[in-house]
Design a protein around this ligand. Structure first.
Ligand code: GLP
Length: 261
């Protein structure tokens, strides 16, 4: 795992955008895994800017989102389909038919989960997966006790997640209690993953995810098993990491990161 610390949330999101751009330019057919949440809004702003100012081309790439709420229509402003259209897809030249999210309205949700997995596999797997992290340490909606080999499935949301995401719904009682999410095992199969976390509310969980023991209670700790996982944080989210100076030294000196410095 590599940790890159940036001075603030804009710089952290800009760096992740540069990683996406680098991969997309190297492979225009990139299969890109995407995430939602407030943290990602900043990343998508930077990607839109790169599209507008540097012609970053999304026309051949395919996208797969990590998750979607059960029971929300795509036109519902709280659905992740709406979020993705609103923050990214309609501002860049991605072919909307190449953008995939689990269908939380499917009559048979278990079949939908299998279909989603098969579609990802059909495109040869995810090349680059972008991840956020929930306050309780989940990636996607892999809530505490998600098996580290889990596949795409329906998960019941924990009280912490309901509380964290309820604002947009106007209260916990108005939000779906279940979501379809890629499993931890599904996520670990991507070729490369980049987790973006900013703000002091993520400091504790970032320290646990990066430097703590691997546990299904905090699904982000499973990224320690991934051969190519990068965690990009701002100073606030990095504040509880013990080995900050070591991570900084690596980023400042490793030739691999030359193009991002
Ligand atoms: C939701 C999403 C996660 C995301 C998390 C963090 O739970 N399912 O994929 O990482 O929110 O959101 P935020 O960036 O708003 O803190």
């Amino acid at each position: 795992m590599e940790v890159i610390i940036q001075p603030n949330k804009e710089a952290a999101a800009a760096l992740v955008a540069r990683i996406v751009a680098h991969e997309l330019r190297a492979n225009p057919h990139l299969v890109l895994g995407l995430a939602t949440g407030q943290t990602m809004e900043c990343l998508y702003r930077h990607l839109v800017r790169l599209h507008q100012t540097e012609n970053l081309d999304f026309s051949l790439c395919r996208t797969f989102n990590l998750d979607e709420y059960v029971g929300l229509f795509p036109a519902d402003p709280n659905s992740y389909r709406y979020y993705m259209n609103h923050h990214l897809f309609r501002h860049v030249n991605v072919d909307i038919r190449n953008t995939h999210l689990p269908n939380g309205l499917a009559t048979n949700l278990n079949e939908e989960c299998l279909r989603y997995e098969a579609t990802i596999k059909g495109f040869g797997g995810i090349d680059l997966q972008i991840l956020g992290i929930g306050k309780a340490g989940h990636i996607g909606f892999n809530e505490p006790l998600s098996a580290l080999h889990s596949r795409t499935r329906v998960k019941a949301l924990t009280p912490t997640t309901l509380k964290q995401n309820a604002g947009a719904f106007g209260g916990e009682d108005k939000m779906p209690r279940r979501a379809i999410t890629m499993g931890v095992g599904t996520i670990l199969e991507c070729h490369r993953c980049v987790l973006l976390a900013t703000g002091d509310s993520k400091a504790r969980v970032i320290a646990q995810a990066v430097e703590g023991p691997i546990t299904s209670m905090i699904s982000a700790t499973a990224l320690q098993l991934h051969p190519r996982a990068t965690v990009v944080v701002d100073e606030e989210a990095a504040s509880e990491l013990r080995e900050k100076d070591y991570y900084r030294w690596i980023f400042d000196n490793e030739p691999e990161w030359e193009h991002l410095r």
